[in-house]
Design a protein around this ligand. Structure first.
Ligand SMILES: O=C(O)CCC(=O)C(=O)O
Ligand SMILES: [Fe+2]
Length: 205
């Protein structure tokens, strides 16, 4: 069973990379879904939250589409992430209360510069997950996820291979997506705690 392996790795090092997280046909089904999604459904990804959201194509130029449980195509993925959430809470008492995720499309040339997904005490995003959908990705295709350690050293360089899942603590690891030379598809998500900042519950997006 993969879930305990993921939890042990995150408890140990703060991150985890696993292959074949879903059965191949489920990964492929999400890939196929992303391929047929009409262009107008994809939004330019922003930086920051709600009113303070800005679109800065110097930092990132991927396009995103939020997944919802109402769509049957997303049900398998959301169901396993729910299992993972429950397991994290049971094993590590993390108090994760929900999960939000979106499809991401990096067209040829797209990237996401070094960033953190959360700032200590200022976000309810606790754990980042990235699930890759791309069949037969090669080194030359670029688009690697680079994860950095506390001293700025490279910890991991990850090819966005179909079926591969990366999980890491959102406020601990600076990371970036190197320029992709092919259309690159993934599902990026965050497990969240119900933290309130200045008495205001952090809204879902
Ligand atoms: O797609 C990836 O490898 C990482 C994406 C990312 O860092 C983000 O959306 O915050
Ligand atoms: Fe990120």
């Amino acid at each position: 069973m993969l879930l305990p392996t993921i939890i042990d790795a995150v408890a140990d090092t703060g991150y985890c990379i696993v292959d074949n997280f879903l059965p191949q046909q489920q990964s492929q089904a999400l890939y196929d879904y992303s391929q047929q999604l009409p262009a107008q459904y994809w939004n330019m990804a922003g930086i920051g939250r709600q009113q303070s959201q800005t679109i800065n194509t110097m930092v990132r130029n991927d396009r995103i589409y939020w997944l919802t449980p109402e769509q049957p195509e997303h049900a398998d993925y959301l169901a396993i992430m729910e299992e993972l959430r429950v397991e994290f809470n049971r094993s590590l008492f993390m108090g994760l209360f929900d999960y939000e995720c979106h499809l991401a499309h990096y067209p040829n040339g797209a990237f996401y510069k070094k960033h953190l997904d959360a700032f200590k005490g200022r976000s309810n995003r606790v754990l980042t997950t990235v699930f890759y959908l791309n069949p037969q990705w090669q080194e030359d295709d670029g688009g690697q996820l680079v994860i950095y350690g506390a001293k700025g050293e490279v910890l991991e360089t990850v090819l966005p291979q179909q079926g591969r899942l990366v999980v890491f603590l959102s406020d601990r690891f600076v990371h970036e997506v190197l320029p992709s030379k092919r259309d690159r598809f993934s599902v990026t998500g965050w497990f969240r705690i119900n933290a309130s900042v200045s008495g205001i519950i952090d809204p879902p997006r």
